[in-house]
Write a protein that binds this ligand. Structure first.
Ligand SMILES: [Zn+2]
Length: 111
């Protein structure tokens, strides 16, 4: 129950684009370029192993943030993620990130 409540709260905040507290650090989604409280975004990190989804948000390396939304991931994977991380995605990276993307809930509320 609690997990569901938290999920709904995050989904709701993502739509409203209104951080409740000013001290929450904001990050920009590389997909849609909208600023969002860090905890509402998924982190992708560049490591020596490649470019990986970072569920902990704490992995060492240059990071980029993307909404929990397949549309944002699609845009990010096209080019903005490579720019943000200053790296070229390998086939392996793309496969990994595409797998994450397809596991996201499809949300068609935008526009
Ligand atoms: Zn986004």
């Amino acid at each position: 129950m609690e997990r569901l409540g938290r999920y709904l709260e995050q989904a709701n905040m993502a739509k409203n684009q209104k951080p409740r507290r000013r001290h929450i650090p904001n990050r920009t989604c590389v997909g849609c370029r909208q600023t969002q409280a860090k905890r509402n975004l998924m982190r992708i990190v560049r490591t020596s192993e490649g470019v990986l989804y970072d569920p902990t948000g704490k992995a060492n390396g240059r990071g980029a943030y993307v909404h929990n939304d397949s549309a944002c991931w699609e845009r990010a994977l096209k080019e903005s993620l490579e720019n943000a991380l200053n790296v070229s995605l390998s086939e392996k990276d793309r496969k990994h990130l595409s797998e994450i993307m397809t596991s996201l809930p499809a949300e068609n509320d935008a526009n």
